[in-house]
Every structure is written in C-alpha cells, then in structure tokens.
Design a protein around this ligand. Structure first.
Ligand code: GLP
Length: 236
C-alpha cells in the first residue's frame, strides 16, 4: 500500500486529480469508479480545471459510481446522481450515457444490484476506483458488519453514518436509512484503488483500516488485500 501524507486538502485534491487524469491519459477508454462525499469535491474540481485547460479528454471514459441513497431520485439535490452531475459530469466531456450510478428508485433493488454488477463486468471491471472513507470505516456504503458483502446490495445505514451525512440534509430524519452500494467484489477487482481522506477526524479510522486486522467491522481494512492501493491523507 502506498500511503501518502500531505499537509493540506489542496495538495490532496491536486495529487488525486493527477492520478485520475494520468489514468485517462494512459487509457482514454478506461473505466473509472467514482465516489461521492465531501472529500472528492476538490479532486473533481481539479479534474474540471485540467479539462478546461485542454489537458485531458474524458469522451471515451465510462464511470461507475459506488452508491446511491434508496428513495432519492436523480433530481433530488442530495442524491448521488445529482451530486455527480453537478460537480463533475456536467463540467467535463464525459458522455452522460456512459456514467452509471445505481438507481435508488428501482422497483426491485435486488435485481438492480445484480444488473449493476453485470454491467460493471460487461465493461471488463474498473480500472481505477476512487474511494473516500466513512468515520465508521465504510467504503461506498459497505457498513461495518459480521461479514464483507461481495455483491452490490442494499445497506442499512449506521446511526453514525446517518448523523455524519445529516449535515447535507435539513435534519437527521431526512437522511435515507438505506442505500444501494457496490459490494467488495467490484471494488476489490478494480485494477487500481485510490483512497482519499482528510482531517484529524479521519486519521484514526484510516490507520486502523490500513494497519489493523482485516475485519468486516472496519470495511476499508479489506483494502490491505489489494495489490495496488494508494491512500492520500491530508492533515487538514
Ligand atoms: C458517504 C459515501 C462514502 C464516503 C463517505 C465519506 O457516506 N457513501 O462513499 O466515502 O460518505 O464522506 P466525506 O468525504 O464527506 O467524509
């Protein structure tokens, strides 16, 4: 595992964007796995800057997002589809039909999960997966559990996750209690993984995940088994 520590969020965002842009430069038709949350925002704005400067072309890229809240449609301003459209997809030349986010409004969420995995598989899997980490150690919405779940599945959100994510909603009770998330199989089959985390609040859980035992109660700890992980942590 390549563990890079930088001082500022600005540096983290630049480095992460450089890694993603390099991936797209090396393989223009690559498959990117993308994440939401506040941490990747700076990465996305740096990617947009590089696109505007003419340094990168996303027209052949396909993307798969990690997760979506159950019950929020693409127009809800807290849905992850909305987040991605607003913060990245509408600002670069990726083709909208090549951007995939699980559908949290699907009538049959179990089928939606299976279809999502089939779709990822049909593109040959993910080349580079971007991840954040939750304060409980979750990646995507793979919450602490007795087991790691391989497939895309419905996750019951932990109280700590609901509390942490309530900052984006009017109140805690507005935060959906469930999400549909990519499972560990598609994440771990990604050829490369880039995890970004910032601030003191994330340091403990991040280091438990990197250095502690591999334990489904700390979902990100499974990344220790992956051969090509880069973690960028910024102190502030
Ligand atoms: C959400 C997302 C995760 C993300 C986490 C951390 O719960 N499902 O993919 O990593 O938030 O978010 P933040 O970067 O805002 O701390």
């Amino acid at each position: 595992m390549n563990y890079i520590i930088v001082d500022t969020y600005k540096e983290l965002s630049k480095k992460a964007a450089n890694i993603i842009v390099s991936q797209v430069t090396l393989k223009p038709n690559c498959v990117l796995g993308l994440a939401t949350g506040s941490t990747p925002l700076g990465t996305y704005s740096n990617m947009v800057e590089k696109y505007n400067a003419g340094d990168v072309d996303f027209s052949k890229v396909t993307s798969f997002n990690l997760d979506e809240y159950v019950g929020l449609d693409s127009l809800h301003n807290q849905s992850y589809r909305y987040f991605m459209n607003e913060n990245l997809f509408s600002k670069i030349n990726i083709k909208k039909e090549k951007t995939f986010v699980p559908n949290g409004m699907a009538e049959n969420l179990i089928e939606e999960g299976k279809e999502y995995d089939r779709l990822i598989e049909s593109f040959g899997g993910i080349d580079l997966q971007l991840l954040g980490i939750g304060i409980d150690g979750h990646i995507g919405f793979n919450e602490p559990d007795k087991v790691f779940t391989a497939e895309t599945h419905i996750a019951e959100l932990d109280d700590s996750t609901i509390k942490a994510n309530s900052r984006f909603f009017n109140s805690e009770k507005d935060v959906p209690k469930q999400a549909i998330t990519m499972g560990m199989k598609s994440i771990m089959r990604a050829k490369k993984i880039l995890l970004v985390a910032n601030g003191k609040g994330k340091k403990d859980i991040l280091e438990k995940a990197i250095y502690g035992p591999i334990d489904p109660m700390i979902p990100a700890s499974i990344l220790q088994l992956h051969p090509d992980v880069t973690v960028i942590f910024s102190k502030e």
